[in-house]
Ligand binder design. Structure first.
Ligand code: FES
Length: 160
């Protein structure tokens, strides 16, 4: 026989499953013009499937993705944020992507302090010719965020 506590837990688990199975996460992908954006375009040309919930924002370089921009994306309702740029050593602005790596690490710390899973933010290095890799990263990241559930549902919004 179920106790009230067990019954409540079962109902809570069931509601979590419902929310996650129907959950279509809002994901912002800040992509550098020279590499990741071109790779995303190539993925489309190659008919590589990736989720339509990825909203691509083109930047001249991931070095333009400062911490405020990343946190504002969450404050504006993103469930996950990708930063995708050139491979290390290939940035067209020399060290923009290296600065972006440091900013992503710092922003993850701020998210953690705010009670937001830092896994909701990540950086990827994707060359312009790697359309299939862009699609793969987009699919994997979407599944990761889907497993985490909605940021707002979890009461984990961020104020920047
Ligand atoms: Fe691509 Fe800087 S130009 S990350």
């Amino acid at each position: 026989m179920e106790t009230t506590e067990q019954s409540d837990r079962i109902q809570a688990d069931a509601s979590t499953v419902d929310v996650q199975s129907e959950f279509d996460p809002a994901i912002i992908a800040f992509c550098c013009h020279y590499c990741a954006f071109t790779a995303a375009d190539l993925a489309g040309t190659m008919r590589q499937q990736y989720p339509t919930n990825i909203h691509i924002v083109r930047l001249p370089c991931t070095g333009k993705a400062d911490v405020n921009l990343l946190l504002e994306a969450f404050a504006d309702g993103a469930d996950g944020v990708m930063v995708a740029g050139c491979e290390i050593g290939s940035c067209h602005f020399q060290k923009g992507n290296e600065r972006a790596v440091k900013r992503v690490v710092y922003a993850k710390d701020l998210l953690r302090e705010a009670g937001v899973a830092p896994e909701r933010l990540d950086m990827f290095h994707i060359a312009a010719s790697q359309g299939p890799l862009f699609a793969q990263r987009a699919r994997e990241f979407t599944e990761r965020i889907r497993a985490l559930g909605p940021a707002a549902h979890a009461g984990k919004g961020v104020e920047s």
